[in-house]
Design a protein around this ligand. Structure first.
Ligand SMILES: [Zn+2]
Ligand SMILES: [Zn+2]
Length: 256
């Protein structure tokens, strides 16, 4: 069964999706889901992008099945190393996506981040921050959306070109391989040919350096987005010889 391994529901501050609607959509598409709601302990607003984990499990465990798994999207931050680790050790998540949502103390979504520096400077800082985060969060299962900054940066050309940042991207890839962390193919931006092509160069390099495993997820926050561009993600994996996986009880399972 194909799994969409990155799904937000109403436990995420930026989603209103009801799990029953998500399940109906997944059933119609014939796919499995891993629910991965947002937990960014570093988010400045105390009530935002955090969820009560015990309530999450209590509410969703009745829906758990071989095609509905319960994970988390964990906001990585070197300043929250101990808190993040404690959270992951305390609860039985199926899958832990580690994501870089912050840079220089700003939400990457926040326009203020982009006032002072050039694209090249900021993208380098972004990759350096991912490197630092991976070193302090080596237990994550998969590295979420390496192109997150491309979603929100105001630059005319938002894409990551591997050759411009090869040393940094290589280090990220090597850390993932050494720590046995899978790389996510986040399908959200694969509908744009330019984005798809620039991302393929990164996944190609991952394979060249010895990477094998990818999780493929839509990062859906609404029912309509569930499964969006998953076919493109699977095509990338197949064309590069990468193996799509999902995580169940923190162990990787092949998607056949
Ligand atoms: Zn994210
Ligand atoms: Zn997400």
């Amino acid at each position: 069964m194909i799994f969409d391994t990155h799904i937000h529901t109403s436990f995420s501050s930026d989603s209103k999706m009801n799990i029953k609607d998500a399940l109906d959509k997944a059933k119609a598409l014939g796919i499995g889901l891993v629910i991965t709601d947002h937990m960014d302990l570093n988010y400045p607003d105390k009530d935002k992008f955090k969820f009560p984990v015990a309530d999450f499990f209590k509410s969703y465990e009745p829906y758990k099945s071989s095609s509905l798994l319960l994970g988390i999207e964990l906001g990585m931050d070197t300043g929250y190393e101990a808190e993040n680790k404690n959270l992951i050790d305390t609860y039985n998540f199926d899958e832990v996506i580690g994501s870089q949502h912050f840079l220089h103390g700003f939400d990457i979504y926040d326009a203020s981040l982009y006032r002072e520096k050039t694209k090249v400077e900021l993208f380098r800082d972004y990759f350096l921050e991912i490197i630092a985060s991976l070193k302090t969060h080596s237990y994550i299962d998969t590295l979420g959306h390496i192109d997150f900054i491309s979603r929100y940066c105001p630059f005319e050309d938002k894409e990551i070109y591997y050759n411009d940042y090869c040393d940094y991207i290589d280090e990220i890839i090597k850390l993932c391989i050494n720590y046995d962390i899978s790389l996510e193919i986040n399908t959200r931006r694969l509908g744009m040919a330019k984005s798809l092509n620039s991302l393929v160069s990164i996944y190609k390099r991952y394979k060249e350096l010895g990477g094998n495993y990818v999780t493929i997820g839509s990062d859906a926050h609404t029912v309509d987005s569930i499964g969006l561009n998953l076919d493109k993600g699977f095509q990338i994996a197949e064309s590069l010889g990468l193996k799509p996986i999902y995580f169940k009880n923190r162990s990787s399972e092949y998607i056949k």
